[in-house]
Design a protein around this ligand. Sequence first.
Ligand SMILES: [Zn+2]
Ligand SMILES: [Zn+2]
Length: 138
Amino acid sequence: METILRGGCMCDAVRYECPGDTENASYCHCDDCKKATGGPYTVGVLVKADDLRIICGQVKGYTSIADSGRKITRQFCPNCGSPLFTKAEKCPDFVFIKAGSLDEPELIKPSCQTWIKRAVPWAYIDEKLPCYPESSPS
Ligand SMILES: [Zn+2]
Ligand SMILES: [Zn+2]
């Protein structure tokens, strides 16, 4: 469903909005996503980088090298630390919005799971969704 995605960090210093598709979302079970979120996986909503509008506040970024050897930058609120966005060198025109930072995260319908070979046993895996052992082939 095409809609305007709105969200922000826990302390409300950073607020954003972006047109996006609620089904253009995926789970990632990679180890860096576990560390960066403190949870068993992250769910990212893929949007066009040009469409993302930061309404207030500024994000801070941390860049690491993904298993692919390419750079990934995870952005967060420097005040409260909430994870907000992920930018990958692999797809520079797109940004992943952390689904948990949305005002209405219940609207999101993830369409696949990536890095399931790194999934912990206590992460629920929906077998009906396409699952990739590593990153998605696209
Ligand atoms: Zn904050
Ligand atoms: Zn990941």
